[in-house]
Design a protein around this ligand. Structure first.
Ligand SMILES: *Cc1c(COP(=O)(O)O)cnc(C)c1O
Length: 221
């Protein structure tokens, strides 16, 4: 963990990138999670060259990023929060990857939206590795079924994503996600947040989603 109070965003980002490089070769890509961040913070991190971002709410992401697309054509936006089917079309227009496919109805809605919009986005399936009742994601035993369904719908499923339970060590959850991805032949693994991105990198993460270690604490989780 880096010092989030006194350093600039650029320095914190350098520190996170250095830790990731030390932890794995190649290191995972850094997805900067910009939810709730003010414009100054967004401009500050764009100035570092960071172009890959994660947002967990569709409308908030649209307000923050839609107008910045033309200035930053190499921007890459990942949806990392739950998606309601009635927002699938806005999400398909705005994002470059959907990390949170977790049910057949959403696969239907995404397939339909991609067809309508004429954009085929890569998708990750969110797995509820801790089988927590309140958490989004398929439980591991239902992954295969959802994967097959999504593929039948024509979705380009490239990997898996997880958010481990807050009160447990993350390592076993990362190991489980890596094993599930390997069994399914899926190359992309979105795992690791501010508290555990180094651990995630060691377990083969390809994308870490980091917010507070770059920007400082937020108002909502
Ligand atoms: C907010 C959020 C993150 C980033 O959390 P930090 O602990 O601030 O790094 C990562 N993934 C998801 C799905 C999130 O909602």
């Amino acid at each position: 963990m880096t010092d989030t109070d006194t350093l600039s965003i650029a320095k914190r980002r350098d520190a996170v990138l250095a830790e990731l490089s030390d932890a794995a070769t190649p290191p995972p890509q850094l997805v900067a999670v910009t939810k709730t961040q003010p414009d100054e913070a967004i401009e500050e991190i764009l100035a570092t060259g960071q172009r890959l971002f994660g947002e967990n709410r569709v409308q908030e992401a649209e307000a923050r990023w839609a107008g910045r697309r033309s200035a930053y054509p190499d921007l890459e936006l990942h949806l990392i929060g739950p998606l309601q089917t009635n927002k699938a079309e806005i999400a398909v227009r705005l994002f470059d990857m959907i990390e949170t496919l977790d049910r057949p109805k959403l696969a239907d809605a995404l397939a339909k939206a991609m067809e309508k919009v004429g954009r085929a986005l890569p998708v990750l399936i969110q797995v509820n590795t801790g089988e927590e009742p309140q958490k989004a994601g398929v439980i591991p035993s239902e992954l295969q079924q959802l994967l097959q369904y999504a593929r039948e719908k024509g979705l380009d499923v490239q990997g898996l994503m997880c958010i481990p339970p807050v009160d447990e060590p993350a390592g076993p959850h990362f190991a489980l996600l890596a094993k599930l991805a390997k069994e399914a032949g899926l190359p992309v693994l979105s795992m690791g947040m501010s508290s555990d991105y180094v651990t995630a990198a060691r377990f083969g993460s390809t994308h870490v989603r980091v917010g507070s270690a770059l920007f400082g604490p937020r108002d909502y989780p």
